[in-house]
Ligand binder design. Structure first.
Ligand code: PHE
Ligand code: NA
Length: 500
């Protein structure tokens, strides 16, 4: 008999899980920086356009695929057409790559919760992070062992495996229902504390001051679309998987708008908190805000430690910040792991526990081995850049084109979604998903390709970019194709189930 795939017990749990996936490191350490670089207050325009024209429509397409086909990414695509199954496995492979390094960032954040009390970084957070904490190799790849990261990595993976083993509702759903409100409280408290710091207003002014000229720069528009795609977790299997666990009569379109706006709301909140804190850092160090602006790893592990050292009640600020990173990131990690587990379960008809262990134990082993060596961060940096572009963006484009043009299912999906949806998906959605969003995605990809070929990313040697960048992104596609070859068991029907 077919396996019991599991389900979310109601709409709220599904929405929480979807918000849990969407709200991640991207909201906290990526958005504020991207918005600042993209024209500050003026960025609101390209950002809203990207959200409404591409982000939410693509989110709804993912929902439509998973909710109507009721399968993991590979099963859902196989049900649309056996020839499209490789897209689902390609998404699975991308999720494997991302989770291997996403877990490492979470582990560092766990460690930095503790460092917030001891201020282990002294007066040089940058040297501390790279040289003392990670013991990063300056050049080339070395495999020396760095024990400091081992314990938090084991903890993150152990907790993640336990959550995955508990299943869709008791594991993923319950985690999101607890973590998301706690995250909101913790980050809300951080924003309040940051706003009381001297210099906070300068920070906000720097973020929101509109640079209208930025609107004429195509790169700014591209970065708005890039931020939205990454931030909503669309196009690489996550939302297909989660939607397949939702009851048939649930309002999926209304849910999509709630998730989209909740994610953007959290980005705005993060922008305020982060720039208020950066405004303080600028004042404390006698610099201009523009000179202390940072994003990503630099923001979390270099700028924030400096802020924590200077601020009154700095330890509290640090705990709130790093706990927020851990909570936001963990619910995202869980969502990418589920893409993989769900796919393996569907194809091999495995039990929850068996599939969880078969998938996560090897991934944990690779992740821990890679990131307890001195080269972990170099690999992370390169793999992240390439997989975001020539993994996530590319597979999203291929998936859209396949659904819209190979199997021509978009109008059918509009009907499916409108059946119980509070927002009707009419012609506007069909036109967006069939023509507008694919064209925009294709333009972005070409721009990214030109950049990536024109200037070697991060000045890394060609062989490293070849192996950890192009190689990893290409391997995900090849893996997708290979994994789609084996036949399905006779017990898993490949026709999509009826409407209700
Ligand atoms: N949407 C997440 C964020 O904004 C990103 C993400 C989620 C990446 C899940 C990978 C997997 O941070
Ligand atoms: Na996000």
């Amino acid at each position: 008999a077919p396996i019991d795939r599991g389900r979310f017990s109601n709409k709220t749990v599904f929405i929480m899980a979807a918000i849990g996936s969407a709200v991640g490191l991207g909201n906290i350490w990526r958005f504020p920086y991207v918005a600042y670089e993209g024209g500050g207050g003026a960025f609101i325009l390209p950002y809203l356009v990207a959200l409404l024209v591409a982000g939410i429509p693509l989110l709804l397409l993912d929902y439509a695929i998973g909710h109507s086909q009721r399968g993991s990414a590979p099963l859902s695509f196989a049900r649309l057409s056996r020839r499209l199954e490789f897209i689902g496995w390609w998404q699975v492979a991308i999720c494997v790559v991302i989770s291997v390094y996403y877990a490492a960032i979470l582990a560092w954040s766990v460690q930095y919760v503790g460092f917030s009390f001891t201020q282990a970084w002294g007066d040089d957070p940058e040297t501390f992070f790279f040289a003392d904490f990670l013991q990063a190799a300056e050049t080339g790849v070395t495999l020396d062992f760095v024990p400091a990261v081992l314990i938090p990595m084991v903890i993150i993976w152990a907790v993640a495996i336990a959550v995955m083993a508990l299943g869709v509702q008791k594991g993923i759903g319950a985690t999101a229902v607890i973590f998301i409100p706690v995250l909101l409280i913790a980050f809300g408290a951080l924003v309040v504390q940051a706003l009381t710091l001297p210099g906070a207003i300068d920070g906000l002014q720097t973020l929101f001051e509109p640079n209208w000229a930025a609107l004429l720069d195509p790169a700014v528009w591209a970065s708005a679309f890039g931020q939205i795609f990454f931030s909503l977790s669309v196009g690489f299997g996550i939302m297909i998987t989660y939607a397949s666990y939702v009851g048939r009569k649930i309002d999926m379109t209304g849910s999509g708008f709630v998730v989209g706006f909740a994610n953007s709301g959290f980005e705005l909140l993060a922008g305020i908190g982060v720039f208020a804190a950066l405004g303080f850092l600028a004042q404390a160090s006698g610099a201009a805000v523009a000179d202390v602006v940072a994003g990503g790893i630099g923001l979390a592990f270099i700028a924030f430690p400096a802020i924590i050292s200077e601020a009154p009640f700095g330890a509290l600020l640090g705990v709130l910040f790093f706990v927020s990173l851990v909570l936001a990131g963990f619910t995202s990690l869980v969502s990418i792991l589920e893409v993989v587990i769900s796919a393996v379960r569907d194809k091999l008809e495995m039990s929850r526990i068996a599939a969880t262990l078969a998938v996560t134990v090897p991934m944990a082993a690779i992740s821990i081995l890679l990131f307890t060596t001195t080269s972990g961060i170099l690999v992370l940096d390169i793999a992240d850049y390439f997989i975001n572009r020539f993994g996530i963006l590319l597979v999203a484009l291929v998936a859209m084109l396949a659904v819209a043009w190979a199997v021509r299912r978009v109008p059918w999906f509009a009907d499916h979604m409108s059946r119980y949806g509070s927002v009707r998906l009419g012609r506007w959605w069909v036109v967006l998903v069939t023509f507008v969003t694919p064209v925009l995605l294709a333009i972005m990809l070409v721009l990214e390709l030109v950049t990536a070929i024109g200037e070697p990313y991060g000045g890394f040697p060609a062989w490293m970019l070849g192996v950890f960048g192009w190689g990893v992104a290409g391997a995900a596609l090849v893996a997708g194709i290979l994994l789609s070859i084996p036949k399905w068991k006779a017990t898993t029907p490949l026709e999509a189930p009826e409407h209700d």
